[in-house]
Write a protein that binds this ligand. Structure first.
Ligand code: UN1
Length: 497
């Protein structure tokens, strides 16, 4: 029997008011239904926001270390269920089991980090310009947080947002991607089991056009944290402007790995294989451009084609599979369209480019790992986010040229350079326009306790992860305590004239 999942609103598991549902299918075997989920609408969001708003008045008064204790239990429960959660995730979105285990681990790391932050959440004490007066600034909760998340990191990304939101004393209305609602439901079940009070976390399933936009427009939602495409991020920003909500956006990427002539090529090869084809290229941090120094270009390209050609496509639950399917039909089509674009622009297809039709892959949204050589920086496949297993190779002559090519995009999330020279490395660190730069490591591999985010149209200046995300989920309250017993006028009484 197919499991029928529900929304969680005010501590109760309920269907969509309309009674409508949608199916979630396994992208590696599209005839396998993972579950049915409520196709919610504005009326369900209204209920969830009402519950979250009411719950906020109690939750904001729970001491932060106590909120942290609950998140520690969340981490413990995730550890106990790691394997089960990873398998569920592979079934619903396709990436291989090693990677879904990593995704759950990223959530565990985030839980323990958030739990310890409950005993920090530092503020500032600052001298006053007046005698017998004390100044401080402290963090206070904001209110209801609308959390809208993608399918590529179905556990890690929701935890990056929900755990700090809760730790800071906010309540949550969570809309997960409709491709990964089962993992999201498991996360919410764990939060409730760990002791999160009713109404503090609510989950509303459904599409972005129905549920997502209703959350963004709702006057009682105080902040929005969204990860997804740049085009949707812009629409969210516009919609949120009418109520002046605080908005954190983590959007697209067009990340590049530079390989200089002095690089360890074997190491650089491992890096690009992992960066470009891990998660079937469906990461905002994926390596989608490879910028090769002319002196190593031909040799490295043939090493790459040889190794990438041996990557095994298949169901991510099967041992030995390297690359899973695209998440859905639409994503597979986008990849195919970009292969056409690349060919029409005159790039040279040196590997892949096709949808496999044999070998047990017929009923999944697979696409072969694909490499284009002779790509020019102005080509669309060198500038636009594809979000699939397609790598564009560009030849350069100098480090300056490599950095210029790398920066030639509207995005600025992750970047990487392989070089043995400390001078090259530091020039790259200084001149690359990206939120993250790796030296002798691939563009993927962000750790939960470090700031995560990008520049340019990858975001709007906020950072997730580490200590930085707590800035987004809390408000500064400035406090002046005058114990002089008299009226002291700032800027006036301590100056004679
Ligand atoms: C994403 O691609 O949306 O660094 C997040 C990484 C992961 C997180 C990626 N730890 O690739």
């Amino acid at each position: 029997m197919t499991r029928r999942f529900q929304n969680l609103i005010d501590g109760k598991w309920v269907d969509a008011r309309s009674g409508k549902t949608f199916e979630n299918r396994n992208p590696a075997h599209w005839d396998e239904v993972v579950g049915t989920f409520p196709r919610s609408g504005k009326e369900d969001v209204d209920e969830a926001v009402k519950a979250a708003k009411a719950a906020f008045e109690k939750w904001r008064l729970v001491p932060a270390p106590k909120r942290g204790d609950i998140l520690r239990r969340v981490g413990d429960l995730m550890v106990a269920r790691k394997e089960e959660l990873a398998r569920q995730m592979t079934r619903e979105m396709g990436k291989v089991l090693t990677e879904t285990r990593g995704d759950v681990q990223e959530g565990i790391d985030t839980a323990y980090y958030a739990s310890s932050e409950g005993r920090r959440l530092f503020g500032h004490t600052v001298p006053s310009e007046l005698p017998d007066k004390f100044n401080m600034a402290m963090r206070v909760p904001i209110g209801v947080a609308g959390i809208v998340t993608p399918w590529n990191f179905p556990m890690a990304i929701p935890t990056w947002k929900i755990f700090p939101a809760l730790l800071c004393g906010n309540t949550v209305v969570f809309k997960p991607a409709s491709d990964t609602p089962a993992t999201a439901t498991s996360l919410v079940e764990i939060l409730m089991e760990a002791g999160i009070p009713e109404g503090v976390v609510n989950i509303v399933h459904g599409g972005g056009g129905d549920v997502g936009i209703a959350i963004v427009n709702h006057p009682d939602v105080d902040l929005i944290s969204f990860t997804g495409s740049t085009s949707v991020g812009k629409r969210i920003s516009e919609a949120a402007a009418s109520t002046l909500k605080r908005v954190s956006l983590e959007l697209g990427g067009k990340n590049a790995q530079i390989v200089m002539d002095d690089a360890d090529l074997d190491l650089a090869l491992e890096g690009v294989l992992w960066g470009a084809f891990g998660t079937t290229g469906q990461r905002c941090t994926a390596t989608s451009r490879l910028i090769l120094h002319e002196k190593v270009h031909d040799r490295f390209l043939s090493m790459l084609v040889e190794r990438a050609g041996r990557l095994r496509l298949g169901d991510g639950l099967i041992e030995g599979v390297d690359v899973g399917p695209c998440v859905n039909e639409g994503q597979q089509k986008t990849v195919q369209e970009y292969v056409e674009v690349g060919l029409n622009e005159g790039a040279r297809l040196v590997l892949g480019g096709k949808v496999p039709r044999t070998g047990g892959l017929e009923k999944g949204w697979f696409h072969e790992p694909t490499v284009f050589a002779d790509v020019k920086p102005e080509h669309r496949i060198a500038r636009e986010e594809i979000f699939g297993p397609v790598l564009s190779v560009i030849k350069i002559r100098t480090l300056d040229e490599a950095v210029t090519v790398l920066n030639n995009t509207i995005y600025g999330l992750s970047s990487s350079i392989y070089t043995a020279s400390v001078n090259n490395a530091f020039h790259a660190i200084r001149d690359i326009k990206a939120g993250i730069t790796y030296i002798n490591a691939p563009t993927i591999g962000a750790e939960a306790h470090m700031p995560f985010g990008g520049v340019k149209q990858t975001g709007n200046g906020h950072r997730e992860g580490g200590w930085t995300v707590y800035d987004f989920f809390s408000e500064w309250k400035t406090v002046y305590i005058d114990y002089s017993g008299g009226l002291q006028r700032a800027q006036i009484d301590n100056y004679d004239m």
